[in-house]
Structure formats: structure tokens, C-alpha cells
Design a protein around this ligand. Structure first.
Ligand code: BG6
Length: 477
């Protein structure tokens, strides 16, 4: 179904995110028939391009970042929707051109795909130049601040000119099909919800493992580290969707209210329950410190932690979070590890087994439930775990094979005016309020992260964190 006609202005229209994600996502939606004929995409950036030169650049981006054969006619038809305005975010140049280009009878959306230091200036300009009206929307990329103080200041700056209902803070994890599926699995089935609590769940593991290092973005990353780059936002969102109470409706504030309650119920994490790691190098692979060109860096490229939630549903059931770069495999999953059956009627020699529900977020998207059955054979009753395993590609056929990119969903949601999959200001602030003391504590201790081998599962200390409680991380593979 096509969305309403729109003008989408992408500040940073020639930048990496626009080329890699936003423009390819818009192209796919165009092909899917969602873009009405009147829709326009306006790249805005410094630089002296005209429409034709911009279209050429974006043709290159589509060829580079979309797999499969692109139909040249489709590409040209899409590129016809693109325009370019040369603009100076902090100066005066270009703003009147942009104003002249805007139309009154369509939705106006402004995507801030620029350095965070420019967010405030852009909001101010859009207001001063009378370009954004009460119906306009702004889209803000991460990082949303680097602590509570800066996030608050940013929220205040944006709030000066935009209402909360106009602000779309992106966490691209929420746009991932499989992340939305977490809600479908939990709230679309009667099977899981009765067991989804501390009485039946021993613990939950959330892993986002990456094989890439940080070369190329070292300057940014070294100031952030895994805690700010991944935990405060993406991991936190995953934790919220797993832990939250059922919202009464799948509507923006109903969902975001429930997520906020989870963040506010998170316990402070004692330093013993956090492991920070940094990847070492080998003869062939540069170390983290080489990648960021900072021989003394104490920034973490890996973090593992045990987090408690103080509410009735989860008190006593820890959530283990783990994320890192240069690990053995790219694998993100959530594992809900259920408790032992209260009593084994088969005796101890039959073996003790646990149900584990694993939701694979990427790659090989799907889910698996470990079920205990009888080991075949004429002997006694021995138990064995077998997987009920489903990949979305197999289960859903061609529909399940093309997993749309997160940005396809999110950009269209901005046009539709649906904020459900975007973070509200208070959510972001609450997440920082929980993160800040943890970071402050290790910075005050001047703590060094533990080194780990590239291609491993992270530092040994992360294993010990689990072993202490007689638990084990699931293998990264
Ligand atoms: C980004 C982080 O937000 O998410 C990156 O800044 C990380 O460091 C990326 O690599 C992971 O996203 P995805 O979609 O590849 O899992």
C-alpha cells in the first residue's frame, strides 16, 4: 500500500549512511510500490552537486550496496525522484533554496544523517528558516548523546522546536524483522507467556557477536566503546522487548511505556558482574589499539554483564548480556533458559535436561526450542535434548527469504507517522541514567579491559562470570 506523498530531506545526503542504508532502503520500497508518484527525496549536503550529479552518485551507491541484478529502468525511474540542495548546516548558504523546493501539500520529513554535533543547529535552522511546520517530522540517528547530561541537552534542544510526536529517534535494531518478531512470538502465542517469568526462567542470555573490528571508525569508537555503542541502545532495546509486560495495544506509547518501566527497574551492576574486553592482534590481524591508533587505549570492544531486574516478573532471574567485535562469528541471538523440571520421575541416571528457547536474530533468522525426549533404544529411560528448529526462510517460503532491511521499515514508518519502533526521549534518558554509573565506576578505577584473541568468544573472564553461577554461555557459532 503506498504511503502518502512526501518530501524526505536527507541531511548528510552524500554520506556513508545515506549511501549504504537509506537510499537503498528507499529504492526497495519504491520497487515494492510503496512510494507514490509525488514522493521526492532531497539530498542535502555541502558540495557543489546538481540533481544529475547526485543521481549519478546514488546510482553508484545502489550498485554497490544492493545485491542481485538491478533493473536499469527501475533504477532510473527511482533516481528521477531524487534532488539535491547544496547546504551549509551552520551557515546561511542553501537554506532559501531548500525552502523554495518544499511543497505545502505533502508530508515533510527531515533525516539528520549527520554528525550529532549538528543536530541542534539543524533543528534551529529548520525552525528559523520556516521550513519545518507542525506536521513535519525529524529523524535523528544515534549516538543520541554520550551520557545522560548530553542526551538531556539534546532532547531539550530538539524540544524547543519540535513536539515529541515529531521526533523519530532511530535504533535500527527495532526495525529488524526478527526483533519485531520477538513481540509476535511473545504476545501472539498463548504458549510462552505463562512461563515467561522468574518462576520458570532460570536466566536469559542476549548475545550480539560481530566478526568485524573497528578500523575505519576508530576515532568515534574509541570515545564510545561497546557499552555506549551497543549496550545502551541496541542491547537495551532487546532486553526491553524480552522483559516488558504485555502492552495493552501495539501502539507507540503503550509499547514505549512498558519498555521504560523495564529500564527503570534495572539494578545497578556491581563491578564484579561486568567483564570488559579488548581484542588483541595476531601476525595478520591488527589489534584494537592498532585499529584505533591509540597505543594506550583502555576502551572496551567487548562487554559481558549480569543484569538484574527488580520487579515481580523478573526478580531473581538474571539477564546476561554479551556483545563484542572480532569474535568467532557474526551471531546475534536471545536464549531463554528455563528451569529444571521440579522433580525427575526417571531418576538422576536419566539425566537432567532443560528447555531452551533460542531466537536467532541474525544470520539464519529463526527460532529453536530444545525439547527433552526419550533416547531411542531398548534400555532404560534415558533422556536426550532435541531441537524443534525453524528458520524463517524455510517456514515462510519466498516471503521469509527476503528479510527486509531495518531501514526499509523505519523510513516508511516515519512517513506513516508511526513512532512505535522509535525511542522516546525519556527512554533514551533512562538508558543513560543506568549506563552512566557503570562507565563512571570503571573510568574512576582506571580499569584495563582484558585482552582476548581475535576469532575467540571473548575473554576468559566472561566465561568465569557464568561459571560462578554454574551456568554456561551458549557457544558463538
Ligand atoms: C551500530 C554500531 O549501531 O550497529 C556498530 O555503531 C555495529 O558498531 C552495528 O557494528 C551493528 O549493526 P548490525 O545491523 O550489523 O547488527
Amino acid at each position: 500500500i503506498p504511503v502518502d506523498p512526501f518530501d524526505l530531506v536527507i541531511f548528510g545526503g552524500t554520506g556513508d549512511l545515506a549511501r549504504r542504508k537509506i537510499i537503498p532502503a528507499l529504492y526497495r520500497r519504491f520497487i515494492a510500490g510503496q512510494m507514490p508518484p509525488e514522493a521526492r527525496i532531497i539530498g542535502a549536503a555541502r558540495g557543489d552537486l546538481d540533481d544529475a550529479a547526485y543521481r549519478d552518485q546514488m546510482r553508484g551507491a545502489l550498485a554497490e550496496f544492493l545485491s542481485g541484478d538491478l533493473n536499469a529502468d527501475d533504477v532510473s525511474a527511482f533516481l528521477d525522484r531524487l534532488h539535491f540542495v547544496s547546504i551549509d548546516a551552520t551557515g546561511d548558504a542553501g537554506w532559501s533554496d531548500l525552502r523554495d523546493l518544499m511543497r505545502d501539500d505533502v508530508i515533510r520529513a527531515f533525516y539528520f544523517s549527520v554528525a550529532p554535533s549538528l543536530f541542534g543547529a539543524l533543528a534551529q535552522k529548520l525552525h528559523d528558516q520556516d521550513i519545518a511546520g507542525p506536521q513535519s517530522r525529524i529523524v535523528v540517528e544515534k549516538p543520541f548523546g554520550r551520557n545522560l547530561k548530553t542526551a538531556k541537552a539534546l532532547n531539550e534542544t530538539l524540544a524547543r522546536h519540535f513536539d515529541e510526536t515529531q521526533i523519530y529517534r532511530i535504533d535500527h535494531y527495532l526495525g529488524k524483522e526478527t526483533v519485531q518478531n520477538l513481540m509476535a512470538v511473545r504476545f501472539g502465542n498463548v504458549l510462552f507467556e505463562p512461563l515467561w517469568n522468574a518462576q520458570y526462567v532460570d536466566h536469559i542470555q542476549i548475545t550480539v557477536a560481530e566478526t568485524v573490528g573497528v578500523s575505519g571508525r576508530g576515532a568515534f569508537y574509541d570515545q564510545a566503546g561497546a557499552m555506549r555503542d551497543m549496550v545502551q541502545n541496541h542491547m537495551m532495546q532487546l532486553l526491553c522487548l524480552i522483559a516488558m509486560e504485555p502492552p495493552s495495544r501495539f501502539e507507540p506509547d503503550a509499547v514505549r511505556d512498558e519498555k521504560l518501566k523495564v529500564i527503570r527497574a534495572l539494578d545497578p551492576v556491581p563491578s564484579d558482574d561486568i567483564v570488559r574486553g579488548q581484542y588483541a592482534g595476531t601476525d595478520d590481524i591488527p589489534s584494537y589499539r592498532q585499529d584505533v591508533e591509540n597505543p594506550d587505549s583502555q576502551t572496551e570492544s567487548f562487554v559481558a554483564m549480569k543484569v538484574g531486574i527488580s520487579n515481580w516478573r523478573w526478580a531473581g532471574t538474571p539477564f546476561y548480556l554479551r556483545t563484542g567485535k572480532r569474535l568467532r562469528a557474526r551471531a546475534s541471538e536471545i536464549a531463554v533458559v528455563f528451569k529444571d523440571a521440579p522433580h525427575s520421575i526417571f531418576g538422576e541416571e536419566a539425566g537432567r535436561h532443560r528447555n531452551i528457547l533460542t531466537i536467532r536474530l541474525q544470520p539464519n533468522e529463526g527460532m529453536m526450542l530444545g525439547v527433552t525426549i526419550k533416547e531411542p533404544g531398548p534400555g532404560g529411560m534415558r533422556l536426550v535434548d532435541v531441537p524443534l528448529d525453524m528458520t524463517f526462510a524455510d517456514a515462510l517460503g519466498p516471503e521469509g527469504e527476503h528479510v527486509p532491511d531495518a531501514y526499509e521499515r523505519l523510513v516508511m514508518d516515519v512517513i506513516r507517522g508511526n513512532q512505535t519502533l522509535f525511542m522516546r526521549g525519556d527512554e533514551v534518558e533512562a538508558a543513560w541514567a543506568w549506563t552512566d554509573p557503570l562507565v563512571d565506576a570503571w573510568e574512576a578505577r582506571d580499569e584495563r579491559p582484558a585482552l582476548y584473541e581475535p576469532g575467540s568468544s571473548g575473554p576468559e573472564e566472561a566465561q568465569i562470570l557464568m561459571h560462578r553461577a554454574n551456568r554456561r554461555w551458549r557457544e558463538i557459532k
